[in-house]
Design a protein around this ligand. Structure first.
Ligand code: AKG
Ligand code: FE2
Length: 313
């Protein structure tokens, strides 16, 4: 097999109707992409372009706040400790995780902390975007479940899931005039959560480790989304879905902004491989595990193969 290029990573289009046959075909293609590449690109017209534009305007306003104001926010545990640890000696973007509950209390509190006099347009834009991205996250998860023939398990999985909404800003490389090679903006990692959906401004930089073990740039079309499988969903799928390693390399003169919706099992929930995903070709690979305990384990070890050493059989 020849060298795998990032352009083999498919870009799907969820626009249009949800006609049954089309939905069924799409479920299979999504699963195949997530098993082969661990990610795909997506064009999705239910998130209006105008909202995407507003989102980057609001992010600019937020990251322009004085550093001491932004520092007032501590973020939810245990994600905070993971981010803090990763900041030591390794590049990491400025990153804020906000718990994304349906009533948006945390977003209201976050906005109030940053702007004590209020900032309704920031708050409303983030509420709208995070709700729509959560909806999209659920659609994709449902497609994965249906494609494995376990659609009946999806509602319970959804009930047991929560999510965070992340805002990221990448600094410019130290010497942008001399950065043909680029500078690491975000260290290589697999996501630990279940399913991630990201969106970026017009500054490319994402790279994924392909099946030949080479980092290849992922050129994301304007206003498209990127979907990644995380370790938690890989574990649930008995290792059939791939949690692909990715990183960000900064090489231009423009700052990169991105935001993401990260879904994950709620605290205390046990992730268990469904019986339907175990057979003679796919012997059981993972013991049941709790996501929050796995995350604590990861934040102690920060090792690449944390899922294998924590839950692997
Ligand atoms: O900024 C990006 O596009 C990547 C972010 C990312 O991989 C993460 O937050 O886990
Ligand atoms: Fe990531």
């Amino acid at each position: 097999m020849g060298s795998e290029a990032a352009d083999e990573i498919p870009c799907f289009d969820f626009s249009g109707d949800d006609e049954q046959q089309r939905w069924k075909d799409m479920c299979g293609r999504i699963r195949e992409a997530l098993e082969t590449h661990g990610c795909f690109l997506l064009s999705y017209d239910k998130i209006p372009k105008r909202l995407l534009e507003d989102m980057f305007v609001e992010m600019n306003t937020f990251f322009d706040l004085p550093e001491e104001t932004r520092n007032k926010y501590l973020g939810p545990l245990p994600y905070r400790s993971y981010l803090r640890k990763s900041r030591i000696n390794v590049p990491w973007p400025e990153s804020f995780d906000i718990v994304n509950e349906p009533d948006h209390d945390q977003l209201d509190a976050f906005t109030k902390l940053m702007w004590p006099d209020g900032n309704p347009s920031f708050c409303e834009t983030l509420k709208s975007m995070s709700s729509k991205m959560l909806e999209l996250n659920r659609i994709i998860l449902k497609m994965v479940f249906e494609s494995y023939g376990v659609g009946k398990l999806y509602d319970a999985y959804k009930q047991d899931s929560t999510s965070t909404f992340r805002l990221l800003k990448y600094r410019l490389p130290p010497n942008p005039n001399n950065s043909e090679e680029g500078a690491i903006g975000l260290v290589p990692h697999t996501d630990k959560n279940a399913l991630t959906i990201l969106c970026q401004n017009d500054v490319q930089g994402l790279q994924v480790l392909n099946n030949d073990n080479v980092y290849v740039p992922l050129m994301v079309p304007d206003k498209a989304f990127i979907v990644f499988v995380g370790d938690s969903l890989k574990g649930w799928s008995n290792g059939r879905l791939k949690a692909v390693k990715h990183r960000v390399v900064m090489s231009g003169k423009k700052e990169r902004y991105s935001f993401g919706l990260f879904s994950m099992p709620k605290e205390g929930v046990t992730t268990e491989v469904p019986n339907e995903l175990v057979d003679e070709h796919h012997p059981l690979r993972y013991r049941p595990f709790k996501f929050t305990e796995f995350l604590s384990y990861f934040s102690e070890t920060v090792s690449d193969d944390a899922l294998e050493t924590y839950a692997g059989l």
